[in-house]
Ligand binder design. Structure first.
Ligand SMILES: Nc1ncnc2c1ncn2[C@@H]1O[C@H](COP(=O)(O)OP(=O)(O)OP(=O)(O)O)[C@@H](O)[C@H]1O
Length: 587
């Protein structure tokens, strides 16, 4: 968590970069929404006012038809106006919220994408799901349930007090106090009582998300180890905590609603008495105003009652804002003039690692120290080395997912950082490519969304999937099912390979895609992969030496240095260590 995340009052403070900026950005729409909100309540109140007047007037035998005709027209006008304004206000406020959510989602995506490789390590899947599912929705609700109703309620509060002030100052003061209980005292009391509770509930929900996703991702292992019951019990316990907080909060909400209704009842009685005395002392017909005033107050209840609930939820929004704020700030894209824009597809790409020094911040362990490597364009380079020596780290440095503390990485003489979108340059075939729950065709098309069906099919067949597809009743339109489980490991890798072929990047990193495959499937897959990628620059990270003779060059990394570097044929003849590795692999 960043330092900012511990700031107790982040929401809407100057440091808040997730909520506050949108106030300014869409302020005109905000003003319009507030105005329409006010008009809605005004029309509702005026409707009841004119209706009350009309009923009373009609009952007192009006001396002139115009005395009822005008209120009838007004009743109609306000009756139509109220839903119309409400509709427009809803339209406006949701438009505002959707615009803002879309901005926030984009910002969130950029933030996670800019450090895609790191985000996965820094944030648990559950946290990210929590942010996507809950926090953004909370921020939406912050506007719809708290900010808009509170602002409209406060504005109405002021207007009503001023309105009564026109007739009678003492009564306006009484209304100021009584409505103040609903608009100010009850919300503050609710925050004081529930703040910690709302915050705790949010935290517990978040823990629940983390636990649940973590456990579900490993549900198989829970079952295999015979501890499924324990898993369920743990989850139920965590959920029970959340529910216990919910029950307490609901209890308080019911009490609060009761208090609001009670105070409102008192306000109505007060207005009834005041209007009776105030207008009753005039000429006879003046009593007509009593019903008008009393009825006009009823619709206003809808304006004031949501304030307490909305304000109570503030700590929850605060927590969401803090969590969003703890996300990495998206690294700004390199300025266009510094970015090398390549319009033509790159065919050849050579790679240079120059004096790379790298250690993971978390452990401080130095993985590379002044590491140098030049890879010729079109070369297939096999990278060997003990587990944990840094082979995958090297590929991440090449992709720019990790930045070295010293040195630089060049592709065709250009620093990787200045190249912009890396998928134009590098494709990756790793141990577990993700297949989405859609057709084979769509999964492969991900490599290049512009590709025609013919191009997609060509890539599929090149990846050696013809015989697999032929057996499927729906051919390339067959769904791969979640995570690709409709297909075997080797077949999934071939689908991923087709995707890479379609992507047509000049460099491909192959990071042990054959793990878990039987030797025959492994050999067949490697043969396809290496032959279809033979014109590209390939960095092939491997433990197995199967098919290694197809590489142009083999290097062996040990404690951050290259201790072996030659063609596989030369190494086989001259290098004892390599011969030993070969003997291990083939025995
Ligand atoms: N995010 C990380 N934070 C801290 N240390 C890490 C991180 N990722 C990897 N490491 C460590 O860095 C070292 C190199 O890891 P890397 O995955 O690059 O090794 P590798 O050679 O590809 O291993 P393998 O062949 O087993 O896949 C390991 O000791 C690993 O524990």
């Amino acid at each position: 968590m960043s330092k900012k995340a511990t700031n107790p009052r982040l929401l809407l403070s100057k440091e808040d970069t997730w909520v506050r900026p949108y106030f300014r950005k869409y302020r005109k729409l905000l003003i319009l929404v507030l105005f329409l909100g006010l008009l809605t309540f005004f029309a509702g109140s005026a409707l009841m006012f004119t209706s009350g007047f009309l009923i009373s007037k009609s009952a007192s035998r009006p001396w002139n038809v115009l005395a009822v005709y005008v209120p009838i027209v007004l009743t109609r006008a306000f009756g139509i106006g109220r839903p119309l304004f409400r509709y427009m206000e809803r339209l406006g406020s949701h438009d505002w919220v959707l615009r803002m959510t879309s901005d926030i989602r984009l910002k969130l995506y950029r933030s996670l994408e800019s450090r895609a490789a790191k985000s996965k390590e820094e944030f648990q899947t559950g946290s990210i799901l929590g942010i996507l599912a809950e926090d953004i929705e909370h921020i939406q609700n912050l506007y719809l349930r708290t900010i808009f109703p509170t602002l409209i309620g406060l504005l109405l509060y002021v207007l009503i007090v001023i309105g009564f002030g026109v007739f009678s100052l003492p009564f306006a003061l009484l209304i100021l106090v009584m409505l103040g209980v609903i608009v100010i005292i009850l919300p503050l009391a609710s925050v004081a009582v529930n703040q910690a509770r709302v915050y705790r509930r949010k935290q517990e929900r978040h823990t629940l998300y983390n636990q649940l996703t973590d456990s579900i991702l490993g549900v198989g292992d829970w079952q295999y180890s015979g501890r499924y019951e324990e898993f369920l019990a743990r989850y139920n316990d965590a959920e029970k905590n959340v529910r216990a907080e919910d029950v307490k909060l609901n209890k308080y909400t019911r009490f609060q609603d009761f208090m609001i209704q009670l105070v409102f009842g008192l306000i109505i009685v007060a207005i009834f008495i005041w209007a009776g005395t105030y207008f009753g002392s005039g000429p006879k017909g003046s009593l007509n105003w009593v019903a008008a005033f009393v009825l006009a107050v009823f619709p206003l209840m809808d304006a004031f009652s949501p304030i307490s609930q909305g304000v109570t939820e503030l700590p929850m929004y605060e927590d969401s804002a803090q969590r969003l704020d703890s996300l990495p700030v998206a690294e700004p894209a390199a300025a266009v003039d510094e970015t090398v824009v390549v319009d033509e597809p790159l065919v050849n790409a050579e790679i240079d690692f120059e004096n790379i020094t790298f250690s993971y911040q978390e452990t401080g362990k130095v993985i590379f120290q002044a590491f140098n490597l030049h890879v010729v364009a079109g070369q297939t380079l096999a990278i060997l080395g003990k587990s944990g020596i840094g082979k995958t780290t090297l590929s991440k440095i090449l992709r720019g997912d990790l930045s070295p503390q010293a040195g630089r990485v060049l592709i065709n003489g250009q620093p990787v950082a200045s190249l912009g979108e890396m998928s134009r340059y590098i494709g990756v075939l790793n141990q577990s490519p993700h297949l989405f729950n859609t057709s084979i065709l769509n999964n492969v098309r991900l490599g290049n969304l512009e590709a025609t069906d013919e191009e997609v099919l060509a890539a599929i067949y090149q990846a050696g999937l013809q015989s697999v597809i032929d057996k499927l009743p729906e051919g390339v339109n067959t769904l791969v099912e979640e995570g690709g489980k409709r297909f075997s490991g080797g077949e999934q890798q071939r689908i991923a390979l087709a995707r890479i072929l379609l992507q047509d990047a000049p460099i491909v990193i192959i990071d042990e895609p054959t793990i878990g495959l039987d030797p025959l499937t492994e050999r067949a897959l490697l043969e396809t992969v290496l032959s279809v990628l033979k014109d590209k620059t390939v960095l092939w990270i491997t433990h197995h030496l199967m098919s290694i003779e197809q590489a142009d060059r083999v290097i062996f990394i040990q404690t951050g240095e290259i201790i072996m570097d030659d063609t596989p044929q030369e190494l086989k003849e001259t290098n004892l260590h390599y011969q030993y590795l070969l003997s291990l692999d083939y025995n």
